[in-house]
Ligand binder design. Structure first.
Ligand code: SF4
Length: 339
């Protein structure tokens, strides 16, 4: 697909907030989930005139790359690629071997290795030789990343491993962009807008890496995010057209009762697998209710079969630029997700 060279509507207001001295960075590495806030990050960089050849999108495959579809939307990988291609920006991927399901079913094994991009356009295995352990339970709904282990094991650790292991980040200034917004929760409101990244080693003589984090949409409202996407006419992730207001995993542990009822309606096999795992582990995701009980209490969203098909397959064949652009029905809904 050809890259978009036409600018967005110049008449439209551009949401702002703090920005660092962007041109001093050689690489802008965007944590790109495919959700609206991660789109906002890329569009902010482009609106500020940052050269797209210095931008890289990076996406973590939560289910790994061995075929499991237990948790995530099957379409997400292809959707992220389609957006990157349309904007003329490279995209890279990382994952933990055996994905979410493998980590959850650990029974005496070490946490599996992380697969991160290397300089030969392939992937290198990092880690995987830790102490043996037993998991046999879903991550629990909690702010504690030890308990809610999916975010740390399948996302945060992967970005760290990528930046620490790829030589292209050595002797460079890299800006990592992440999409937390203050409006989402009290905890997120307290995040720094700009700070050194955990993997920063700018003062090291042996392995100097200057890595900063910029939460580029921290000050944005949800309206600002949708407005940026509308100006660029980009199609949002299919989950928003199904009524999801947050683009996380399809079966995110933070799902509301209505969301679990909707998962059961559009992905009955994976819903059944999750319910079986809960029975087998004798530990439910929610503190007091099984996913079946939660789905029974909920009401499925009004599901459009066209978007179910799009969201549940692996090829993204929908036009990336919408004309006319339509606000998806999940926008401004009750979002449920990590705080
Ligand atoms: S989206 Fe939900 S289930 Fe998926 S990794 Fe994040 S918190 Fe875990």
């Amino acid at each position: 697909m050809a890259a978009l060279d036409a600018p967005p509507s110049p008449a439209a207001p551009v949401a702002t907030g703090f920005a660092p001295d962007l041109m001093s960075y050689e690489i802008a590495l965007v944590a790109f989930s495919g959700g609206k806030d991660s789109l906002g990050l890329v569009l902010r960089l482009l609106d500020l005139g940052f050269p797209r050849e210095r931008i890289e999108l990076h996406h973590h495959l939560v289910d790994g790359n061995e075929g499991s579809t237990l948790m995530d939307w099957p379409i997400t990988e292809a959707y992220c690629k389609a957006i990157a291609d349309a904007l003329g920006i490279p995209i890279t991927f990382s994952w933990r071997r055996h994905g979410f399901e493998g980590e959850m079913c650990r029974k005496g094994d070490a946490t599996a290795a992380m697969m991160v991009p290397n300089q030969d356009d392939g992937h290198t295995a990092v880690g995987g030789s830790g102490p043996p352990g037993i998991r046999l339970k879903f991550p629990q709904v909690s702010n504690d990343l030890q308990t809610r282990w999916c975010s740390s094991a399948l996302k945060i650790a992967l970005m760290d491993a990528y930046v620490r292991n790829h030589p292209k980040f050595l002797n460079k200034r890299t800006l990592v962009l992440t999409g937390e917004r203050a409006e989402e929760s009290k905890a997120r409101a307290n995040y720094s807008v700009f700070e050194p990244h955990r993997s920063d080693t700018r003062n090291s003589k042996r392995v100097p890496r200057h890595i900063d984090v910029w939460r580029a949409v921290h000050a944005w409202s949800e309206h600002d995010v949708w407005e940026a996407i509308r100006r660029w006419r980009l199609v949002p992730h299919p989950c928003y057209f199904l009524g999801w207001s947050r683009c996380s995993c399809r079966s995110c542990i933070f799902g509301s009762s209505d969301q679990w009822a909707s998962v059961r309606a559009i992905a009955p096999d994976q819903f059944g697998q999750i319910a079986n795992y809960e029975r087998e582990f004798k530990v439910t995701i929610h503190r007091t209710m099984s996913v079946v009980e939660r789905a029974d209490r909920g009401t499925p969203y009004e599901i459009d079969p066209y978007w179910v098909k799009v969201a549940n397959r692996r090829e993204f064949t929908v036009p990336v630029f919408m004309d006319p652009w339509v606000l998806p029905k999940g926008a401004f809904g009750n979002s449920c997700g990590p705080t």
